[in-house]
Design a protein around this ligand. Structure first.
Ligand code: SAH
Ligand code: SF4
Length: 344
């Protein structure tokens, strides 16, 4: 039993079932999320008996720190270990005024995208809500500075682990728990329907990024098996309607694969497709290679020409810097199996 698998309401119920005063829930939340302790004994404002009871019944952490790799550009990849011996990776990306943490929601991923190392390795299991939020708590402790932004773009497909992802997001944003503004959290998804509809209802203030990665259903099907379950035309239609009256626009991610989806013609198709949106944004992610990958990264000039077509069509388009590529910490380079020889 890990208390970080309970949302705030569930923790209040837990405290009341124990027969403790209601304000104890708020105290516990603070020790779990705001000033996380290393042992239940350190919860100084809880009676000794209560501390003992918690120590006997609960585990404080579901993850433990295993390793840390530091990139030339300052990016830090953390490898955490689960109680059952699996590995979870998170990446801290420092910028001038922010410290972003990219977190994982699953061990592996079921979606099998052809360009992604996580997908290539297959699926092991969902992470619990405790395992998701503890990535933030442990990274903060290890870095000695607060995480200011979170991107749910590590291993796994968040909508394929809906309940635990939603619970973790509620703990990250609840005033009495971590208290982060939802505007500082981005969730990236391949956009499964109808799961996305449910997600937008339950976590409406979190920023959404949708991985389109192709200009047409035919091309998307060739690299993303999920296209069979939720077609991109239906997905775009749904999003255009859902974002009609939202303040923050939806972002589309587009992994650029050399000679596959990086032509000017592809950019024109994409621009035409996104005309449906009053406002939207595109992030181009030049492919980050991994050992044995079946794709290559396009050259900078090709990426710039692609961007130009979209910008000229009125779509704000950014090129994502690939941070931490030297330690396999960039998008799509995370994994949970370390069996390969000579790996980072
Ligand atoms: N499963 C979610 C979130 C994790 S992947 C999703 O797919 O959106 C986060 C982003 O990394 C996605 O946009 C994905 O398309 C991109 N990505 C995956 N592998 C990549 C690679 N090798 N190079 C560049 N981007 C990659
Ligand atoms: Fe899964 Fe995202 Fe990788 Fe696709 S890109 S396999 S959905 S983690």
């Amino acid at each position: 039993m890990n208390l970080r698998n309970l949302n705030v309401e569930e923790l209040i119920r837990f405290v009341s079932q124990k027969g403790w005063e209601r304000y104890r829930a708020k105290q516990l939340l603070s020790w779990l999320y705001k000033r996380p302790v290393d042992s239940f004994c350190d919860i100084t404002n809880l009676p000794k008996e209560a501390r003992k009871e918690l120590a006997e019944e609960c585990e404080l952490y579901s993850l433990s720190f295993l390793d840390k790799l530091v990139s030339r550009d300052g990016t830090v990849k953390f490898v955490f270990k689960t109680a059952d011996g699996d590995l979870v990776e998170s990446v801290a990306i420092p910028d001038e005024d922010r410290l972003t943490l990219c977190i994982s929601t699953q061990i592996g991923c079921r979606m099998g995208c052809a360009f992604c190392l996580t997908g290539f390795q297959g699926f092991k299991r969902n992470l619990s809500s405790a395992e998701i939020v503890e990535q933030v708590i442990l990274a903060q402790k290890l870095l000695g500075r607060p995480i200011t932004n979170i991107v749910v773009m590590g291993m796994g497909e968040p909508l394929d682990n809906m309940d635990n992802t939603l619970k973790a997001l509620s703990l990250m944003t609840h005033r009495d728990a971590m208290g982060l503004s939802p505007r500082r959290i981005v969730v990236s998804t391949v956009g499964l329907l109808p799961q996305l509809e449910h997600f937008l209802k339950e976590a409406p203030r979190v920023a959404l990024s949708v991985s389109l990665n192709a200009p047409s259903p035919e091309k998307r099907r060739a690299i993303m098996p999920v296209e069979k379950a939720t077609g991109m035309l239906e997905l775009v239609e749904f999003l255009a309607e859902a974002y009609k009256n939202r303040r923050k626009p939806v972002t589309f991610e587009y992994v650029m694969l050399k000679g596959f989806n990086d032509a000017i013609e592809d950019a024109r198709h994409l621009a035409k497709l996104l005309k449906k949106f009053k406002r939207c944004k595109v992030n181009l992610i030049p492919f980050n290679p991994w050992p044995g990958a079946p794709f290559e990264r396009p050259d900078a000039e090709t990426v710039l020409s692609f961007q130009k077509v979209l910008i000229e069509s009125g779509i704000p388009t950014f090129i994502r810097k690939s941070r931490g590529a030297d330690i396999l910490a960039a998008c799509g380079q995370l994994r949970w199996s370390y069996k390969e020889k000579g790996s980072a």
